[in-house]
Design a protein around this ligand. Sequence first.
Ligand code: C5P
Length: 400
Amino acid sequence: MSILKGTRIALGVSGGIAAYKAADLASKLVQAGATVDVILTKHATEFIQPLTFQAITKQPVHTGVFEGWREDWFGHISLAHASQALLIAPATANTIAKLATGLADDMLSSVALASTAPLIIAPAMEHQMWRHPATQANLATLRARGATIVGPETGRLASGEFGDGRLVQPEFILGALRQVLGRNGALAGRKIVVSAGGTHEPLDPVRFLGNRSSGLMGYAIAQSAIDQGADVTLVSGPTLLKPPYGAHFVSIETADEMAGAVRDASERADVLIMAAAVADYRPAESRTSKIKKGDPDEPSVIELTRNPDILASIDRPGLVKIGFAAETDDLIANATDKLKRKGLAMIVANDAVKTIGSDLSTATFILPYGEPEELPMLRKDEVADAILDRVARLLNGSNP
Ligand code: C5P
């Protein structure tokens, strides 16, 4: 989450039962390296104590509008000017209405009015309040002014009823924040297609040939590209991961489906990054009924057919293609051969055994010219950041 490191974020918390979830959000922001100025409305303090946020953020928590002004601190004006983004979670119907009309009768609404920073709103309320035309009109006003509205989601509400109005998960709110902070980054205006995960090649309706890819590397690349402002399409095989906020997500199972989805998305793209572990082979026959022990045609051998090589087959002038080579032997020689064979701008070579399924990765960048560059063992999100930095430099024509 390097994009949040060193940022200063104002977190407004308004008075609904979901206010307690804002403590977790504040903690995640702090863990990601942000300085967090928490502003509680009076009603929020009925649900959660300022001390909770003070302990988490190690910063003063703001509740009243008339804080003492010092030479270097002008209350709501200073708060508004200091922050790179104003995040309001949970945002009640009342707070949303105040923001839409421009009222400034407490610290949070005053900061919002005095701020030119991007505004991200995560609403949470009973579903009748959410659906009320007044609330919807207020949200439309805020959206038209450029605010990002995240959620709410549908589920069990505090009243015990089921409906829309639940605060979205903190990861989702952080994802929206990352997208907003990154929108003027080095990849702004660029379209990037990323493939991730392994493919499943069916043998019958319940069985498949697959591999151990977790999807971590591709998902980290998609997130890192969003952090730098790119418009990202993530084409993914089955994984346990949640797609990053803001990615156009295409879920596929087989290599053939991945080939179609990647080809479609690449038509409008600047960059294609194939991090997926595409199965090289599929069963020559996929049965429509489950194979059973003792069937007269019980197979003793699985015959295989080659899948298309997606990366090699997509060749559009101007498309920057990045590939991966996970190898067990002769890493550099094998990866360099793939770089040439598939017409790539760069290949990321790594040790298959150390990398697959792990949070960490080795990586060596190989380009058609120059010496290979070996990164130290890093977390996959750090490798992803390094890859996207390279991609940005390749796109801008500067020599990496
Ligand atoms: O040839 P190999 O499978 O080792 O090449 C790996 C690179 O090629 C990866 O970037 C992978 O996503 C891509 N690939 C592909 N289509 C395949 C097999 C691999 O695009 N059928």
